[in-house]
Design a protein around this ligand. Sequence first.
Ligand SMILES: [Mg+2]
Length: 391
Amino acid sequence: MPADERAIIHVDMDAFYASVEQRDRPELRGLPVIVAGLGPRGVVSTCSYEARRFGVHSAMPTAQARRLCPDGIYVWPDHARYEAVSDQVFEVFHEVTPLVEGLSLDEAFLDVTASQRLLGSVESIGQWLKATIRERTGLNASVGMGPNKLLAKLAGEISKPDGFRRITATHAAAELAPLPVGRLWTVGKVTEQTLHRLGIRTIGELAACDTARLASALGRQVAGLQALARGQDDRCVEPAQAEQSIGAEHTFDVDVAELAMAEAWLLRHCERIAARARQRGLQGRTVTVKLREPPFETYTRQARLPAPSASAGELFGLARGLLVTWWKAQRRPRLRLLGVSLSGFAAERQQDLFDGAPDRRVTDQVQDRINSRFGTGSLVRAGVLKTREQD
Ligand SMILES: [Mg+2]
């Protein structure tokens, strides 16, 4: 099949974290809501469209957002709640196709080429996704459709918020031509500046420019760049990508200089990761601990479990060893950031009653059941409570 006959859908939830907050707290609707780290080093995660009017955007330091929008409602991120909504949204995706490539909690590419025979045109699949997400979560998703990833994502972006748009191969060049060249996938700041120096400001000008002239300034990437500028993109939707690792990390407002506190955070991360792995039916063997000393020196330490696991206790046992070894080797150990991730997944094995630490698994299962009934975080190991002093 020619690449242009593929049907790709890009779904991206609108102002995801902020919309979840506005959904769950009606008094916040219509107000500028900024979900952000609220400490001195905090950064904005997401903000509502009302806040964007003040010039606030994600990745901006919270202090700067407060100057731009002093009357905004500032909210700590509640990742467990966003992850639960994300799981609902991804469930909807998987009802349409197994070819889902998650890019983040609220954004994914879906290859629905083969689904069309059963479910109808790409537009009707797109409509169904939008309506079903709205029905099950109460939230708006923007849906872009196209013959490849580049055009599907662009279609969603230019119709946001509450977007719904399809760009066909025939109209690709005309849609792309007037857009600034910096909007093109793979064009970063450096390439953008080089193109500007050559007098190229729009994607249309890049597509039309003489290849030899460009090659002297940009080298080998020219052919690929001009193909993208014409709307050609052969990248596949890669469903495995979302499951390559599951991680959690936290940047401390005040550097952690006490090993017991670092261990408590490590346990909290391990519980979260293990619960997510169990939710997805995954077990991993590789545990990676990420340690950042102030200001920015980052270390990673990795070890393998004797067998694949999704047990918080087993993950913590290994991760703690890595942390303690690192801690003792530092002259004056301090942490600005601590993270853990689990990777090297195998599909979950049938549980064997005689197989490794059954008591730990039972604890995890009880914890999952209580947390799914009363909300994530209702039941945590006692060691984790220490981290709530700093939360
Ligand atoms: Mg989004």
